[in-house]
Unconditional design. Structure first.
Length: 254
């Protein structure tokens, strides 16, 4: 069963390519919005905070609050589990970096020139302002670059991270879908005993380390949160609550 890891630039029509693959070969699409609830629970953070962090909309306080090492560990667990189940296209989420060592996983990037991306986003959002579209694209690009750099120490635009890079200014969505289908049908991208063992070993490593990390983090937290620290943290929370702009933020409990 095919496993595809995909990154796409906002406005590049990568979402359309993923949907086209789902229709053509019956593959399911998973993106980070679908598992943010589980990640938030493991990180003891609000789901909205995790979403804003991954999408580049988090404020300074929220970025400080996110446990980046924990996010990397738990994200890896989710991705390896999905890859083991197979017949899946994992969009975004660092999947291309985590799965690139597994030979039967096709790692794909969908991109396009900035001007085309701006025009596509304007059309989809039904706006007339190129400036607004450009700002949204830049915010999204910066967020993806930051997350990949912080979690995996890589540049997400590096073509060497991918098996295929598709430019939708030169290729239609249908042509992109056809090229990816041909890629996953290649003998070198078929699942083997060796590739299954490799995936299982990567998953085991990501199960062991988060457990050790969580225990260490709990010990450190218990040592740090003496009564004075607890009072100071509560004071910081109250000050933040006063500035919170949404009910969801005000309801957050540390």
């Amino acid at each position: 069963m095919p496993v595809i890891a995909m990154t796409r630039e906002m406005g590049s029509r990568g979402k359309d390519v993923a949907m086209g693959l789902a229709e053509e070969i019956g593959i399911r699409i998973v993106h980070h919005e679908m598992v943010e609830h589980d990640l938030a629970g493991k990180l003891r953070a609000r789901e909205s905070t995790v979403h804003r962090y991954l999408e580049g909309g988090a404020n300074v306080f929220e970025r400080w609050r996110i446990d980046k090492k924990g996010l990397a560990f738990y994200t890896a667990q989710e991705i390896f589990q999905l890859a083991e189940e197979g017949n899946v296209l994992i969009r975004g989420w660092g999947a291309t970096q985590l799965l690139r060592l597994v030979s039967h996983v096709a790692c794909v990037r969908v991109c396009a020139p900035l001007e085309l991306r701006i025009n596509t986003l304007m059309e989809r959002l039904r706006i007339d302002s190129k400036e607004i579209a450009h700002r949204e694209i830049k915010k999204n690009d910066d967020a993806h670059a930051r997350v990949m750099r912080h979690l995996f120490q890589v540049d997400w635009e590096d073509p060497l991270l991918y098996d295929m890079v598709l430019n939708t200014s030169r290729l239609s969505v249908a042509e992109c879908v056809d090229l990816i289908k041909r890629l996953v049908d290649e003998p070198s991208f078929q699942e083997t005993m060796e590739s299954r063992v490799r995936l299982a070993s990567l998953k085991r490593a990501e199960i062991i380390w988060p457990s050790l990390y969580s225990r260490r983090r709990a010990r450190e937290t218990n040592m740090l949160l003496e009564p004075d620290h607890q009072r100071r943290l509560r004071h910081q929370r109250l000050r933040y609550d006063e500035r919170a702009m949404t009910r969801e933020d005000r309801d957050f409990n540390f």
